[in-house]
Design a protein around this ligand. Structure first.
Ligand SMILES: *Cc1c(COP(=O)(O)O)cnc(C)c1O
Ligand SMILES: [Zn+2]
Length: 483
């Protein structure tokens, strides 16, 4: 059997490591937060250093060989098995088509407008149309393993969500089926119709709480503290592990050379940016990449606690304070008290220790710039969601602030598919944004369908005349000339 089709032999020794009190716990149990101090975990492979016996070149060759695998277990994020969850057995690995999302280089027009080379990594091309599938594939593979081991007859998976977490959780839960039941808790009226339809279609129990995401999170935490449920919010460190695959894929796409690359990531609960930093750090430690790319977190001025923290230059003066969010088109990132904030700090410190002070930065953007940037990207052949628009806005802002050099290029994360958030495009085109969003549409950019012919004419004409009249109208509307 070729290297590509061999399931890895390496098994790590993984433990939960509490970022609050430093306590370690074994992975036989699904821990959510530290039972002792309540802080968040990261999962660590205690034998990670053994992987250093394999050279960077050997790792690169192995991962490149695996792109041709015929094994479903290695087709998705688990192509990078040794790097993130080398305790899950092959039979427990779920593959629903997640990962391997393309990076699409921008056209000349967009690059000229922005002033440097850009590309979008389209994480909306994951099965539930957002990057959340990366984390769920890992978390549910682990749950699958627990189920097999413990012979449980039922496990209730619960999450609070700004929309995409629940869509992904419900999808993977419905795939396993049987003992796995999915419950999702959403802020009423604060997820898009598409995001609401997804868990409903997967057969999850959908519960709505009037309020914002942060309220739903508190409800879920109450459940976690008092009842036996498996929580799938990004406090769940198995999800963070799976999301590291984004970094591995970016590196591999560019043939493991990330010199002069800047990665733009929207920050909501801060799980994604954490995982991306953690992923690049692992590649660097194993000599798989020689240089860390720079990471730019992006937040809207309407939900910007991480930006506020890092906007204070002197690390000793920084103080973390949750904020009250205002409505944001980057709705999936509209979070005032990100649960992964301690993880951001942990990995940002490590990142900066290697890449220098400018290797991790957070920029703040206006709602207006987010919308304008999304429309600009999509008018140039991209499929960016509002959070993807936020990334381009972040790049434009970073350039304005002089944080980017001419020789650098940017990889923008479209964290979901354009169509999930298309209601915001409608509001822009139809000029129906509520004032709180602080978005003023530029009418020259709006687009709407035009009617070719009155439907009532259909009854008064023969079908042939009706079609020919419609065609004449199209000719007039387009100003066509005869050939
Ligand atoms: C969840 C989500 C985010 C925010 O990611 P965090 O990991 O919470 O920071 C951004 N965009 C989309 C589309 C999301 O679903
Ligand atoms: Zn602790």
């Amino acid at each position: 059997m070729s290297q590509a089709n061999t399931f890895p032999e390496y098994r790590g020794k993984m433990e939960y490591h509490c970022l609050g009190c430093g306590q370690h716990y074994g992975i036989d149990e699904l821990y959510y937060t530290c039972p002792k101090c309540g802080s968040v975990f990261i999962l660590q492979d205690l034998t990670f250093d053994e992987l250093k016996k394999t050279s960077g070149q050997e790792w690169r060759d192995l991962f490149d060989a695996r792109t041709a695998t015929k094994k479903d277990s290695l087709r998705g994020i688990f192509r990078f098995y040794e790097l993130f969850a080398p305790v899950i057995e092959e039979k427990d690995i779920l593959f629903l088509g997640e990962g391997n999302t393309p990076i699409v280089a921008s056209n000349t027009n967009l690059n000229k407008i922005v002033g440097i080379k850009t590309a979008y990594k389209n994480d909306g091309q994951n099965p539930s149309a957002s990057f959340k599938d990366r984390g769920m594939a890992c978390a549910f593979s682990y749950i699958n393993a627990l189920l097999a081991k413990n012979n449980w007859d039922e496990i209730l998976t619960v999450c609070a969500s700004t929309g995409d977490t629940s869509a992904a959780a419900a999808l993977y839960a419905s795939y396993i089926g049987g003992p796995v039941k999915s419950v999702v808790i959403l802020p009423e009226g604060k997820v898009t119709p598409q995001q609401l339809a997804q868990p409903l279609g997967s057969g999850a129990k959908v519960l709505e709480v009037p309020g914002v995401f942060d309220d739903c999170m508190k409800v879920v935490e109450h459940l976690a503290d008092n009842y036996r449920v498996a929580l799938l919010n990004s406090k769940n460190s198995w999800r963070i592990l799976g999301q590291e695959s984004y970094a591995f894929e970016v590196a591999q796409w560019y043939d493991w050379d990330l010199k002069d690359k800047c990665i733009f990531v929207p920050i909501g609960n801060a799980g994604n940016v954490t995982a991306i930093m953690a992923g690049f750090l692992k590649l660097y430690e194993l000599d798989i990449i020689k240089e860390l790319p720079r990471i730019f977190g992006v937040q809207s001025a309407h939900a910007d606690p991480v930006y506020r923290y890092y906007s204070v230059d002197d690390p000793k003066e920084r103080e973390y304070k949750p904020v009250t969010v205002q409505p944001s088109v980057a709705q999936a990132a509209m979070i005032g008290n990100p649960v992964s904030f301690p993880r951001v700090k942990y990995f940002a410190d490590k990142y900066e220790a290697i890449g220098g002070k400018t290797s991790f930065q957070v920029v703040q953007v206006s709602e207006q710039l987010i919308m304008d940037s999304m429309l600009l990207a999509n008018a140039n052949g991209h499929i960016a969601c509002t959070q993807g628009g936020e990334c381009l806005a972040g790049l434009i802002r970073a350039k304005e602030l002089g944080l980017i050099n001419e020789n650098e290029s940017a990889i923008l994360d479209s964290t979901a598919h354009q169509l999930k958030f298309v209601g915001f495009q409608d509001m822009y085109y139809q000029n129906t944004f509520p004032a709180e969003y602080e978005v003023t549409p530029d009418s020259s950019k709006s687009n709407s369908p035009e009617l070719v012919i009155e439907a009532t004419l259909k009854d008064s004409m023969s079908e042939a005349d009706y079609i020919s009249k419609a065609a004449d109208n199209v000719v007039a509307m387009l100003g066509l000339e005869k050939k």
